[in-house]
Design a protein around this ligand. Structure first.
Ligand code: FAD
Length: 284
């Protein structure tokens, strides 16, 4: 289908983008890589009055070292996340998950900020930012605020962003030296997760000192597997102990039934994949 007519502004800065969003009112939309938005436009699921293009805002691309954290520009592509040396060293879980997003074309165009703002709970990077306790910076007219990832996703395809706000940066704490793994169950190669699990594990003297686990597509928003994290913390670093802890992976989840899977099958996948993902992250 052909989208309805819309205006177009190519922003040169975040301020220009915010001003354009304000000018066009609630029905304007930001466009980043267009990998999700173009489909919605063509299907006429959304009919914005105007698109505000962030493609020319160079300041929103790239990764910088901020001491105990990395700060990632919202327009950083999935491919850049996979290959960035800082990400690979200090936030390897993000690189691992980004490597599974779609196909090479999608990874070269799609952005971290676009994935998060689109807020599809099957998105691979949503589970990662929730697991890593990322902080998201958003800029609106005359204001900047920071939103914890745990509060950014409010419902299916809905975030805490106001219509005149732009997501600019994602700050993730460095987990240097942690074991990490991302695994998803897909119906076909290069597809969205039926269920995905992101895990980061810090081991010490044969035990698991800390674990962070995020689940994709187990609720209308990404979910933290807190019960599993608690069961693992301070426990033995063995496959048996991890599989036992993973039995709690469905606590706090609300999976849907759809064409890809029934809810109870998703629960089964969450338990199995959590066991498998944490075992690999723990180096076993
Ligand atoms: C064939 C295909 C396969 C895919 N497979 C996967 C997959 O396996 N896993 C996965 O996670 N994703 C997958 N995707 C989606 C991909 O990750 C997209 O890149 C992502 O969902 C959106 O990023 P984008 O930069 O293209 O955003 P866009 O499509 O441009 O925008 C998406 C939404 O976010 C808003 N937005 C974008 N940037 C900002 C910002 N900085 N501030 C405020 N709002 C903003 C837009 O207004 C829009 O509502 C796939 C997409 C395709 C086409």
């Amino acid at each position: 289908m052909i989208p309805t007519a819309f205006g177009y502004t190519k922003a040169g800065s975040v301020e220009e983008a915010v001003a354009a969003l304000r000018e066009h009112g609630d029905e304007a939309k930001v466009i980043a890589g267009g990998q999700s938005l173009l489909t919605l436009l063509r299907l006429r699921f959304v009919s914005p009055t105007a698109l505000v293009d962030l493609g020319g805002v160079a300041a929103l691309r790239g990764v910088r070292d901020a001491g105990d954290a990395l700060v990632i520009g919202a327009m950083t592509t999935h491919d850049a996340l996979v290959n960035d040396p800082l990400i690979r060293e200090h936030a390897a879980l993000m690189a691992a998950a980004a490597a599974t997003v779609g196909d090479p074309a999608v990874r070269h165009l799609g952005t971290l900020g676009g994935s998060l703002a689109h807020a599809d709970p099957a998105g691979d990077l949503l589970a990662v930012v929730v697991a890593l306790d990322a902080q998201l910076t958003v800029v609106g007219p005359g204001r900047t605020r920071t939103i914890p990832a745990s509060e950014f996703f409010v419902d299916y395809l809905q975030t805490a962003l106001a219509p005149d706000e732009v997501l600019t940066e994602i700050r993730v704490p460095k987990l240097t030296g942690w074991g990490v793994h991302y695994e998803k169950f897909q119906r076909a190669a290069q597809a969205w997760a039926v269920v995905g699990v992101a895990a980061a594990v810090r081991s010490s003297n044969g035990s698991i000192a800390e674990a962070r686990i995020g689940l994709a597509n187990m609720a209308p928003t990404p979910v933290r597997a807190s019960a599993v994290e608690q069961a693992l913390t301070g426990g033995e670093r063995t496959k048996e102990a991890i599989v036992a802890a993973a039995a709690a992976a469905t606590e706090g989840t609300a999976p849907s039934s759809d064409l890809s899977a029934q809810a109870d099958y998703r629960e089964h996948l969450a338990r199995v994949l959590t066991g498998r993902t944490v075992t690999t992250a723990a180096g076993l």
